[in-house]
Design a binder for this molecule. Structure first.
Ligand SMILES: Nc1nc2c(ncn2[C@@H]2O[C@H](COP(=O)(O)OP(=O)(O)OP(=O)(O)O)[C@@H](O)[C@H]2O)c(=O)[nH]1
Length: 157
């Protein structure tokens, strides 16, 4: 199971939108979009990030995080339209004091696992097939290695 991505966590808060390489998206089974409640521009950029995410991963679960609430607790009374507009769960978080951090990651992981188990997305099926091929290959390599090892340890006849 893969979750989007330390890089996304880092990049989403940036002031300028900078596209991420498609490979970052492809194996993600959930996305956590973070904005900084003290920097309006990071909230404004969410729409662009979300559009890019949906281009590559149309169905993965996504949650929105309002971070740094410790700096101004009153923001927790605000309603943030972006989350409502796309029906995404919104978490009020402080990475500094830990508020809601564990809950956020527990929920995101649960969503990701459930998505991975039930996904009907064509891209996921392709990736799963590739993963299976890799696993088969690894098993074959391991078997071949074991057989080589066995041959070496055979006593001389
Ligand atoms: N008060 C407060 N400060 C925080 C919180 N999370 C991160 N910071 C501070 O914000 C600054 C940037 O944190 P980073 O972990 O570097 O985050 P980043 O996403 O790379 O950077 P930004 O996009 O600038 O927020 C650091 O000085 C952190 O200490 C938080 O929840 N509350």
């Amino acid at each position: 199971m893969d979750c989007i991505l330390q890089d996304f966590w880092d990049t989403a808060g940036q002031e300028r939108f900078q596209s991420m390489h498609a490979s970052y998206y492809h194996k993600a089974h959930a996305c956590i979009m973070v904005f900084d409640v003290q920097r309006k521009v990071t909230y404004k950029n969410l729409g662009t990030w979300y559009a890019e995410l949906r281009e590559f991963r149309p169905e993965i679960p996504c949650v929105v995080v309002a971070n740094k609430i410790d700096a101004d607790i009153k923001v927790t009374q605000k309603s943030f339209n972006f989350a409502r507009k796309f029906s995404l769960p919104l978490y009020f978080v402080s990475a500094a004091d830990g508020t809601n951090v564990v809950k956020l990651f527990n929920d995101a992981i649960r969503l990701a696992v459930s998505y991975k188990q039930n996904s009907q997305d064509f891209m996921d099926e392709v990736l799963q097939e590739l993963e299976n091929i890799n696993l088969d290959q690894k098993e074959e390599d391991q078997l071949a290695q074991e057989q080589c090892g066995n041959t070496k340890t055979l006593p001389p006849s």
